[in-house]
Design a protein around this ligand. Structure first.
Ligand code: BES
Ligand code: MN
Ligand code: MN
Length: 467
């Protein structure tokens, strides 16, 4: 038997090559123009799972994009790990800000990744991180060290709200039975100080439409005499935060969990440099809710942000016009114990109530989901912690993240198991942004760390059963 680190050393060129092939397929779930590519990616993932040693792999049709399901059962008395990931990616735009094509993967060195990083849409979120699990399985199967059963559930709609996954879970609870859910779709503090994500924020995503006059108007003939929907929309949006950057929607904070001073002090121990943070973003100061630190603002506090705003004339030159309509897309990141459907309702009610006479307001809810917190006193967390400790030579820090994987709370509700977030990305990897990348160090370290999770989890599980 070969140990995992020498196996990775021996096969790393191939591991990188295989990931590059997967990254070349533009699996953009948001844009129907890419639908054939999304389907081709599902096939490629299925094939890779069979090749890595699964007994069985299938493409499961859903009302939307298919889910790739695969499994390897070695002994029904042993525990089962369910790996979740996604093969879809975010749209690559704005294209002109990419230094190389988003689906033309290249390896380049960066200050944070001196060993090199793969640049491509999906490199880190989530094809690269998902594929670490496929290669970790390959190692365990080929070397006969897979210590337990494993199932894979890789979806193609995570970046657009995981609608079909809810449908799939509802219908396949028995098939998906497991003892722990393992996901690599988050980040860690740095390559020197790994961390395990113990919390994710929830989400409520809405679109708003403000309508003024029934047609675009000459801004000279009508300007000043009718409500301009863009003027009104921006005013309404501005009023959603007060002078301390608290959100003004009545009831918005009612269910926000109170975090004790002790817990906040514990969180503040994680290494963080505000200077570096500002430097990498080229900003002279941070901005946010009064009374909270930067790391608190982006993890344990809820937010409201405009993600896009449009209306009127935005082409070349000038056109004098008062538009008939103005639009915005707004995301609210939520924390325990806010209910996302309730927050969507509160937003709608408030937004409609602040519209002045002379305009009509329409609030269209999109998707959403609940926040999630993993306790650290369970064997899943402990197994992950031991695994990182072995490969990084330092204990990982538990840390709550600001991102969302809204489907996780449904996993807990429907499949009754805890989710462990073993992420290997870095905040600077530019996910959802031009020039997304994933460090080669991170990719290979992930492949090395995952089999150790399986080993420790199985040992701890059997000990708990025996006790
Ligand atoms: N992988 C991300 C979530 C993430 C990234 C969590 C980094 C923590 C650290 C996921 O693919 C994602 O982008 N989620 C969306 C929500 C979804 C409903 C579109 C998000 O957080 O915006
Ligand atoms: Mn992701
Ligand atoms: Mn994403």
């Amino acid at each position: 038997m070969e140990d995992i680190s020498s196996y990775v050393q021996q096969h790393k060129e191939r591991f990188i090559e295989e990931l590059i092939e997967l990254l070349k397929i533009p699996s953009v779930s948001a844009d129907p123009a890419f639908s054939q590519d999304v389907l081709n990616t599902a096939d490629a993932v299925k094939e890779s799972l069979l090749k890595a040693g699964c007994d069985h792999a299938e493409i499961c049709e859903t009302p939307g994009y298919p889910i790739v399901y695969a499994e390897k059962t070695i002994n029904p008395d042993l525990p089962t790990v369910l790996v979740y990931g996604h093969y879809d990616v975010q749209p690559p735009d704005p294209l002109d800000l990419w230094e190389s094509g988003p689906f033309d993967p290249v390896i380049k060195k960066t200050a944070v990744h001196p060993e090199g990083a793969i640049f491509a849409r999906g490199a880190c979120d989530d094809k690269g991180q998902m594929y670490m699990h496929v290669k970790a399985l390959e190692y365990m199967v080929r070397n006969h060290v897979l210590p337990c059963n494993v199932k894979f559930m890789i979806e193609g709609e995570e970046e657009v709200g995981s609608e079909s996954l809810g449908w799939f879970i509802e219908r396949n609870q028995e098939k998906l039975k497991n003892d722990v859910i393992l996901i690599s779709d988050t980040g860690m503090i740095s390559n020197e100080q790994p961390s395990i994500t113990t919390g994710l924020r929830g989400l409520s995503y809405v679109e708003v439409e403000v309508t003024g006059p029934n047609r675009d108007l000459h801004s000279g003939l009508y300007g000043g005499a009718v409500a301009n929907p863009i003027n009104i929309l921006t005013k309404m949006i501005a009023s959603l935060h007060d002078e301390n950057n608290h959100i003004t929607i009545p009831g918005f904070y009612d269910k926000v969990e109170n975090i004790s001073a002790e817990e906040r002090a514990e969180m503040a121990k994680a290494p963080f440099s505000l200077e570096k943070y500002k430097n990498t973003l080229d900003i002279d100061d941070v901005y946010g809710e009064q009374g909270y630190t930067t790391n608190e603002r982006n993890s344990i506090r809820p937010t409201l942000d405009v993600n896009g705003i449009w209306g009127g004339y935005t082409g070349e030159g000038a056109k004098t016009v008062i538009p008939s309509k103005a639009f915005a897309k707004i995301s609210m990141r939520l924390v325990p114990d806010q209910e996302w459907t309730e927050i969507t309702e509160l937003f709608k009610k408030h937004f409609e109530s602040i519209a002045p006479k002379g305009v009509k307001v329409l609030v269209k809810p999109h998707h959403g989901g609940q926040a999630y917190v993993t306790p650290i006193d369970n064997i899943g967390y402990q197994a992950a912690s031991k695994a990182y400790n072995d490969t990084f030579g330092i204990l990982p820090i538990p840390q709550r993240s600001g991102g969302s994987i809204p489907i996780i709370s449904l996993f807990e509700k429907k499949l009754h198991s805890k989710t462990i977030l073993m992420g290997f990305g870095l905040n600077t990897d530019a996910i959802h942004s031009p020039n997304e990348h994933f460090g080669l160090f991170n990719y290979l370290k992930g492949i090395e760390t995952i089999p150790l999770f399986y080993k420790y989890f199985t040992t701890l599980y059997l000990a708990e059963q025996g006790a």
